[in-house]
Design a protein. Structure first.
Length: 154
């Protein structure tokens, strides 16, 4: 998402991140990837705050970010539920068309935002395929009585 968004921005543009719950592995990885892409593009990440994966919390967080950074160019949300809240905050500030919004998960609720141009993109992680990988790992562990070589323990 970060690389895709970076192509729509220019060096010096200001962006913000709405993170998931603190210390959530997937949220941390999304934030780090976004930061890397923005740094590489010369885009300025002016704030990164948690929306705790929640629509209402993200709405509050983004509303405050808009007030603090009126020249904001983009918002990255670590999931689409938070993107819904961010979209509401952007709409409330009359910035839906000026501020790019991206999210994760490709939930049904964001499809209308995408059609209306109020959301630039979302990432589909193919949860069905992730479930298959988990089953394959479990079967491999049962069959071989060991952890697959490419699995990481936390």
């Amino acid at each position: 998402m970060g690389d895709f968004l970076a192509k729509k921005l220019k060096a010096g543009d200001k962006v913000v991140i709405v993170e998931g719950a603190p210390n959530a592995f997937n949220g941390t990885q999304r934030r780090l990837g976004f930061q890397d892409a923005m740094q590489e593009a010369g885009v300025d990440v002016v704030s990164s705050q948690s929306g705790y994966w929640e629509t209402d919390k993200a709405n509050q967080v983004v509303a405050a970010m808009i007030t603090e950074h009126p020249d904001l160019k983009a918002v990255l949300c670590a999931n689409d539920s938070m993107a819904l809240g961010a979209a509401a905050a952007l709409r409330g500030a009359n910035k839906s068309q000026q501020v790019l919004l991206v999210g994760y998960d490709n939930i049904a609720a964001v499809q209308q935002l995408l059609k209306e141009g109020r959301m630039l993109a979302t990432a589909d992680q193919h949860a069905d395929q992730l479930a298959v990988f988990g089953i394959e790992y479990a079967l491999d562990m049962i069959e071989n009585q060991s952890m697959p070589a490419d699995a990481k323990l936390r």
